[in-house]
Ligand binder design. Structure first.
Ligand code: GEK
Length: 245
C-alpha cells in the first residue's frame, strides 16, 4: 500500500483554533481516502467521465482537468481511452498536489500524453479544448470569481465541446437543504467519521467552500454562453452537470 492511501484523521483531535482548510502535505497524504469517504458518488462520477468522453470528445482533442488534485480525472480517462484518444493538462494551485499527481500519472499511465502544471485556474491562458472538467473545484473559488473563469472556459471549448462541472450544492429551500446536510453527515458517519471530525471539518470549510444551488449553476452556465446544460448526477448535496457548446 502506498503512503497516498493513509486514512484521513485530520479532524479527529480537538484543535485549539479552527484551522482553515488547506490543500497542504497533510491533506495530500490522505486525500484519496478523504475524498472517497467525504464525497458521495465520487467514484461513479469519475467512472462516467470516460463514457462521456467516448461520446463527445473528438479523437486526439485536448482535455483540461482543473483543480486536478492527485490526477484522478486523468487516471480515469487513461484507464478507459487509448493513448492517442486525447491529451490532458491537469492544473492545481497546491504544489504538494501537483508533485504527487505528476508522480502518480507518470507511474500509472506513462504512455498517455498527460501533463500537470502548477497554476491558478483564474489566471490561466487556456488552449482550445474538447473537454474541460471541473471536478469539485469551482466551489473553492470566491463566488465573484466564478463567472470569469467559466467565461474563459466557454471561450476555450471547441464547438461540440463539453464542460463537466461537479460541485457540492445547496438546496434553495431551507428545509430541504437541512435534510440533505443531515443525511450527508449520516453518510460521513457511516463511512467512519466521528461527530467531532464532521463538525470540525464543517467549521474549517466555512467560507472556504461556498456552495451554489443547481439553479445558480445552470443560470451561470447560460450567462457565460452555454446554450444547454443539465444535471446528469446527484447524490445528496453533491451533483455533476454537463454543459454543451
Ligand atoms: C478530483 N478534481 O480528485 N486554481 C487551481 N486549483 C485550485 C484553485 C485554483 N484557484 N483553488 C483550489 N484548487 C479532484 C478533486 S479537490 C476537491 C478536487 C476537494 C484546487 C485545490 O488545490 C484542490 O486540489 C482542488 O482544487 C479541489 O477529482 O478537495 O473537495
Amino acid at each position: 500500500m502506498s503512503d497516498a492511501s493513509y486514512r484521513d484523521a485530520i479532524f479527529s483531535t480537538p484543535l485549539d483554533k479552527v484551522a482553515r482548510f488547506s490543500f497542504d502535505e497533510r491533506v495530500v497524504a490522505c486525500f484519496p481516502d478523504m475524498i472517497r469517504r467525504s464525497v458521495p458518488g465520487y467514484g461513479q462520477i469519475l467512472g462516467m467521465l470516460g463514457v462521456i468522453a467516448e461520446r463527445h470528445l473528438r479523437h486526439g482533442a485536448h482535455v483540461y482537468d482543473l483543480g486536478c488534485s492527485l490526477g484522478a480525472v486523468g487516471l480515469a480517462l487513461a484507464g478507459q481511452l487509448p493513448r492517442d484518444a486525447f491529451s490532458l493538462t491537469g492544473v492545481d494551485l497546491s504544489p504538494a498536489m501537483v508533485e504527487r499527481a505528476r508522480q502518480t500519472l507518470e507511474h500509472e499511465c506513462p504512455d498517455h500524453a498527460i501533463e500537470v502544471i502548477e497554476g491558478d485556474i483564474r489566471h490561466l491562458d487556456y488552449r482550445p479544448s474538447g473537454m474541460i472538467v471541473l471536478n469539485f473545484t469551482l466551489q473553492f473559488l470566491a463566488p465573484e470569481d466564478r463567472d470569469g473563469v467559466l467565461e474563459k472556459l466557454y471561450q476555450a471549448l471547441e464547438p461540440g465541446g463539453v464542460l463537466i462541472l461537479s460541485e457540492k450544492i445547496k438546496a434553495g429551500d431551507e428545509q430541504d437543504n437541512a435534510w440533505l446536510v443531515e443525511r450527508y453527515h449520516d453518510f460521513k458517519r457511516a463511512n467512519g467519521y466521528s461527530d467531532l471530525e464532521i463538525s470540525q471539518k464543517r467549521n474549517a470549510l466555512e467560507n472556504v467552500l461556498v456552495p451554489d444551488t443547481l439553479e445558480q449553476h445552470h443560470q451561470r452556465l447560460a450567462r457565460v454562453g452555454f446554450a444547454r446544460s443539465l444535471t446528469w448526477f446527484q447524490y445528496l448535496n453533491f451533483a455533476s452537470m454537463v454543459a454543451f457548446k
